[in-house]
Design a protein around this ligand. Structure first.
Ligand SMILES: [Zn+2]
Length: 196
């Protein structure tokens, strides 16, 4: 486990983060998985759906926040039906009925070795946050580079550094979370109804 805090889906994506990404729209997309759909395989799920249904692929990001400090964006693919409506045919990890989706047509350029990119954005300028972002970027590059390039020792070292970076940030997470924010712990409750 990387941290005792869970990441959570943000109710609102901070405008500063959207500006950094050059994105304007957040759309709510209904989740309607097919029987064959597997989580973490959105690309294959959409491809299979489009073999027997009209429509096209729409790339974008789904988001989660850790400690109210770091916004994590995972590339995701949904179906755009011929009437323009979007539908997510992959199961939601959190069993959500809809996802917040940030369409981004540039994602196909970032896909390497059939692996979907992941990005992290700082929600607070701080040396420790930057340290974590640098580490996540390094891990992200490795993820996109394909299998077989990292020894188990290197992987262990990465995970150790990552766990350390997250634990260093726990105090800062408490400091930046006001009582009316979603709690830093990831419970999805407001802080005033959760952690002291
Ligand atoms: Zn809490």
């Amino acid at each position: 486990m990387i941290s005792k805090y869970k990441s959570f889906e943000p109710k609102i994506i901070p405008a500063s983060a959207m500006a950094k990404l050059g994105l304007k729209n957040v759309v709510d997309v209904p989740v309607q998985p097919e029987l064959y759909s597997q989580s973490d395989y959105c690309f294959n799920n959409v491809k299979r759906y489009l073999e027997s249904n009209d429509g096209s692929m729409m790339f974008g990001w789904i988001t989660s926040i850790w400690g109210n400090l770091v916004l994590r964006l995972s590339a995701h693919v949904v179906v755009q039906k011929t009437d323009g409506n979007l539908v997510c045919v992959s199961p939601s990890a959190l069993n959500a009925k809809k996802i917040k989706f940030l369409p981004d047509p540039t994602i196909p350029n970032l896909i390497k070795n059939e692996r979907m990119p992941i990005k992290h954005i700082a929600l607070k300028e701080h040396a420790l946050v930057q340290e974590l972002l640098d580490l996540e970027a390094e891990i992200g590059d490795w993820h996109l580079s394909g299998n077989g390039l990292m020894t188990p020792q290197d992987a262990n070292e990465f995970n150790f550094k990552r766990a350390l970076a997250y634990s260093k940030l726990e105090k800062l997470a408490q400091e930046v979370t006001s009582k009316n924010d979603q709690c830093f712990c990831g419970s999805s409750k407001l802080r005033k109804k959760c952690c002291k």
